[in-house]
Design a protein around this ligand. Structure first.
Ligand code: ADP
Ligand code: MG
Length: 676
């Protein structure tokens, strides 16, 4: 069977069900084979009624003692009761709303029942709505597929079986050698057994092979991207150290951690191999000052720098900060974002090309535009987690192999860092600037609003500032309306005697810039904002943050938001307002109230959301993982990394004929997510 055949041509599917398959992301026969079960029902291990584990899903073989008798209970529900025996024990069964049950279960016949036994209040064993099959048909381990309203797991299973029955051996793309060295099973075995395993150990073998494949292809792809920049020689060798000169311009002492980070970067930039370094530091740890120090060094050594930010608000803020820090240093700065006018852009591009501008600050417009530099020596990316790998790679090829420095507030687990960066070196800011106090965080319900407003006023009256973060709206939805309405309500009501400002994503960049400038200068006392302020914004005089509908935000996002306050020596407080009382939201709030530690929070986040989400395409532009779990599959991660490195060593661009099939796998895995 041809794997590229459209799913609608599969026996029994047809155009309506094909549509349902498309919605699940299954468009071809091949994609169906890669649509793995979500879990399995183990019908292979059969229990007697007495030893059936209470509270655990299991399979029991027994004979029906009496055909189910239906009764209708008040409210219209249909209940059917029956009992089964295996000769030694007795068990009651209850079925809800199944009109046909008495035709399906026949007295005196034997079935396999799959369900979760419990002990009822009379001390008897019971199961509610078990799945059952005639004993002759039941066997082995059954796949359970992620289903949709129009496609149930059983039907999907039938389709998969059809395809497998009509498929001769599935040919393998992995070289024999790799299969042998890593004791993997064949792809044919893996695909057949991930769907219909004959035993738990076969399933294990199949899973291992598929986990290996996913991680191997992922790393092969990353390595072949990275190779553009690997073992390169850079002309951007920076001999002289200007750090002391820079420190003398700073209004504060650098912390020990900041000094160490600067020294580590400078040591890298002295070499003739380009730096590839990550700076990891929690919100408010002072990453900007580190970036400033190394950019100052780069410029004084005669090179240009580029600083990329994920948002315009942040890029604008950086421009203000650096203009202040580098005042009268002779360093010339420009700002280039998606909304810089064409005429301005033209001028800036010219100045970068002829070398009259030293430092380009911008959003990813910086790499999208064909900006040319005269002598680009250092590229810094702020809030790295907001960019995709493809963007990172494309910057690496610009200029004559500039040094690369990325900064992130999101702590990345080791395994993930291994995949993402491979040989990237890491500096860590594990010390906060002196005088910081813990941000007190409170979780309250919306009937506290009056008190919250009073609390804010008390602080504004003392010359301090605050934020009110408006509820998040659906992606792509207009965030203006709720923010605008809320802003108007507040500024005409409780806060009519105060200076309020509104900031949202639909504003023009020049308007955003104006609002942020007025907020930074203290002209605006209370900023009503959507999440556009989420990353990077730094106004140390702001000490209160109220987050409305806090349940709509993820844990890390709340931590990032909260990181906008607690940046000065004044005590700060964050108030999470939410009426949601579901377990997940409540535990998120509890963690935030308990700790300010970004590493702890990131780990908790990862545990709650699962790595798939963290590692998902939205954040990083990498292929998503279906079977591999990067947190726990460390062993496979290492093996696949070694194997990928070996292949790349012999064929950097994967262009040799013997690697054609690998190339194809890599291309299709990455293409899906790059949207090309
Ligand atoms: P982040 O790491 O979140 O990007 P920033 O670089 O914005 O943090 O720094 C947070 C605040 O701390 C800024 O107001 C900055 O001026 C201040 N800051 C940074 N380093 C120091 C230091 N060594 N001593 C005192 N304040 C500092
Ligand atoms: Mg920052």
């Amino acid at each position: 069977m041809n794997f590229s055949t459209d799913i609608k041509f599969l026996k029994g599917v047809g155009s309506v069900r094909a549509e349902a398959f498309y919605r699940l992301g299954v468009d071809t026969v091949g994609a169906l084979l890669r649509y793995y079960p979500r879990t399995y029902e183990d019908w292979s291990k059969v229990y007697g009624i007495r030893e059936a584990p209470v509270g655990e899903t299991c399979c029991i073989r027994a004979t029906v003692c009496n055909t189910p008798s239906k009764i209708r209970i008040p409210g219209g529900k249909l209940i059917a009761k029956s009992s089964i025996t295996d000769g030694l024990g007795l068990m009651n069964l209850t079925f809800f709303n199944n009109k046909y049950i008495s035709n399906m279960l026949k007295e005196g016949e034997e079935y396999y029942f799959f369900g979760k036994p419990f002990v009822n209040r009379y001390g008897a064993k019971e199961m509610t709505s078990p799945i059952f099959q005639k004993s002759a048909e039941a066997a082995g381990i059954k796949p359970v597929y992620p289903q949709s309203a129009d496609l149930n797991s059983k039907f999907i299973s039938k389709c998969v079986k059809n395809v497998l029955d009509e498929t001769d051996e599935i040919s393998d793309f992995l070289p024999e050698e790799i299969i042998g060295e890593n004791s993997l099973c064949s792809l044919d075995f893996a695909i057949r057994n991930i769907h219909f395993p004959k035993s738990c150990s076969d399933l294990e073998k199949a899973r291992n092979r598929l986990i290996f494949d996913e991680l191997f292809i992922l790393q092969l792809g990353l390595l072949s991207i990275k190779n553009i920049n690997k073992k390169a020689v850079t002309e951007c060798v920076m001999e002289k150290n200007y750090t002391d000169e820079f420190i003398s311009r700073l209004p504060f002492e650098l912390t020990g951690a900041q000094k160490k980070a600067v020294a580590e970067a400078l040591a890298d930039m002295k070499k003739s191999e380009p730096m590839n370094r990550l700076l990891q530091g929690d919100v408010g740890s002072g990453k900007t000052a580190v970036a400033a120090a190394i950019m100052y060094n780069a410029v004084k050594n005669g090179f240009q720098c580029a600083l990329m930010s994920p948002t315009e608000v942040l890029a604008q803020q950086h421009e203000r900060t650096f203009n202040r820090l580098f005042e009268k240093s002779g360093i010339k700065i420009c700002l280039i974002t998606g909304s810089t006018s064409a005429a301005q852009k033209k001028k800036i591009k010219q100045e970068l090309k002829d070398g009259s501008v030293d430092l380009a600050i911008g959003t990813h417009a910086l790499i999208q535009e064909d900006v040319e530099f005269k002598k680009l020596g250092l590229v810094i990316t702020d809030e790295q987690h907001r960019f995709g790998v493809n963007q990172r790679a494309s910057f690496a090829v610009k200029g004559n192999n500039p040094h690369i420095y990325v900064m992130s507030a999101t702590p990345i687990p080791r395994t993930l860092a291994m995949i993402m960066y491979g040989d990237l070196s890491v500096s860590i800011l594990d010390e906060l600037p002196p005088g910081r106090q813990k941000i007190e965080t409170y979780s309250v319900t919306s009937d506290y609003h009056e008190r919250i407003y009073g609390y804010i006023k008390k602080h504004l009256d003392r010359g301090l500032q605050g934020y009110i973060v408006c509820p998040l709206v659906e992606e792509g939805e207009n965030d203006l309306i709720p923010a605008q309405e809320y802003y108007e309500k507040l500024s005409n009501g409780v806060f009519k005697d105060y200076r309020l400002g509104l900031l949202h994503g639909r504003m023009k960049p020049s308007e955003k810039e104006e609002i942020m400038r007025r907020f930074a200068s203290g002209d605006i006392q209370l900023l009503v904002s959507t999440v556009v302020i989420e990353v990077g914004v730094d106004v140390p005089n702001a000490v209160i943050m109220v987050i409305e509908n806090a349940e709509r935000f993820g844990l890390s996002q709340l931590h990032q938001l909260r990181g906008r306050i607690g940046r000065g020596s004044e005590k700060s407080s964050c108030i999470l307002v939410s009426d949601a009382r579901n377990d997940e939201a409540v535990s998120r709030f509890r963690i935030l109230c308990e700790t300010n530690d970004g590493f702890k929070i990131a780990n908790a986040d990862l545990e709650m959301r699962g790595p798939g989400d963290f590692f998902g395409t939205r954040q990083h532009g990498l292929p998503s993982l279906r079977v591999a779990d990067i947190l726990t599959d460390t062993e496979m991660l290492m093996r696949s990394q070694n194997a990928a490195a070996k292949v790349i060593e012999g064929d950097k661009t994967l262009s040799k004929p013997e690697n054609r099939r690998l190339r194809k796998q890599v291309d299709s895995a990455f293409r899906k997510n790059y949207g090309t």
